[in-house]
Design a protein around this ligand. Structure first.
Ligand code: SF4
Length: 333
């Protein structure tokens, strides 16, 4: 059986009045069936753009310049929009960033969950509403609330409704873009537990996008760290968190307080994410990197295999195996 999702050298640009924005450059990763993969990095590093490209939902001024998105062995990049409609929601779905605020305020939630089932599965209204009730219960809300309006739900419950909608057509892969941002800590834990339970019970694959590494720590087997549209490091979650190799990953991990061991102050990464219209020469991270040396300003490090399943793009490590032309496999098969 082929890998569920294989992304190779995905490169995405946006045309804007200010110039061409190089939003994603050469993203490559795998997601296996039933596996959770985390995409992490600061805001504006290309995580959401990557997610939208996977769903082929880039805005009008965005385009995939090169690369492939192979879903069950079929490249989705050249697939016509008509055929994409049969894949979107039925094969892979997305919980959009800030989605809990995008429910239609004047429509009952049952109707909003049932609609994609009627549309994509051509199911009868009665069967669709029954499934909507089942989905509500699956995410921990009584089916008696099918006729309630969004304003009658708390933020956490609205996020559960959005997750129910993403599951409406039994997809194999769910992309959750910042699913717990803007929720308080207790509700965050409940939503993450829910996603983890659904993944195990439904054998779902998941791409969890977050700027918060702690969100990914318990949920994902693999993590890819992005910065300024490029992959900086990838590997098993625990390896990345306990022994980060790339200076950017070290900075992200160091920016979080650790309640174990001696009390150390979290350290912020100095500087800002660079402009993606005119990114820095050489290593894109060099203006913020405390280890930068002359070569870093002139040449770009290749994503290099450090050990099995572990890759980093940094001159501090020997540049032995460059990613192109060899494809990256985040999960070793
Ligand atoms: Fe820092 Fe140089 Fe490594 Fe880039 S290549 S992360 S600038 S040491």
């Amino acid at each position: 059986m082929p890998t569920l999702l294989e992304v190779r050298d995905l490169t995405i640009e946006f045309r804007t009045k200010a110039g061409i924005v190089h939003a994603v450059e050469g993203a490559s990763f795998n997601v296996e069936r039933g596996e959770a993969m985390g995409l992490a990095g600061e805001s504006g590093c290309g995580k959401t753009t990557t997610a939208l490209a996977l769903m082929r939902l880039l805005p009008y001024n965005g385009r995939i310049v090169r690369g492939s998105i192979s879903f069950e062995g079929r490249d989705l990049v050249p697939v016509p929009e008509d055929s994409m409609r049969a894949i979107r929601w039925k094969e892979m779905s997305i919980v959009f960033q800030g989605a809990m605020n995008s429910l239609n305020p004047v429509q009952r939630v049952g109707r909003q969950i049932a609609e994609p089932i009627m549309l994509h599965e051509e199911a009868e209204p009665e069967a669709s509403f029954k499934r909507a009730g089942d989905l509500l219960e699956l995410v921990g809300i009584s089916r008696n609330r099918l006729n309630d309006y969004p304003h009658e739900f708390s933020g956490g419950m609205r996020q559960r409704v959005m997750i129910a909608m993403a599951l409406a057509c039994n997809p194999k892969l769910v992309i959750a873009d910042e699913p717990v941002t803007a929720l308080d800590v207790m509700i965050q834990a409940q939503i993450l537990d829910l996603l983890e339970r659904l993944r195990r019970e439904l054998h779902l694959a998941m791409i969890l996008i977050s700027h918060d590494l702690s969100v990914l720590a318990d949920t994902c087997e693999q993590v890819t760290i992005m910065y300024a549209g490029k992959t900086m490091e990838s590997g098993k979650t625990m390896d990345l968190f306990t022994d980060p190799k790339h200076p950017y990953t070290q900075g992200l991990v160091g920016a979080f307080p650790d309640i174990r061991g001696p009390r150390n102050m979290p350290e912020a990464i100095p500087g800002d994410v660079p402009s993606l219209i005119s990114p820095p020469s050489g290593c894109v991270f060099h203006p913020r990197c405390k280890f930068a040396f002359d070569r870093c300003t002139k040449a770009e490090p290749a994503l290099t295999e450090l050990s099995v399943g572990r890759r980093a793009a940094c001159f501090l490590y020997p540049q032995v195996t460059e990613v192109p032309p060899r494809p990256i496999a985040i999960t070793e098969v």
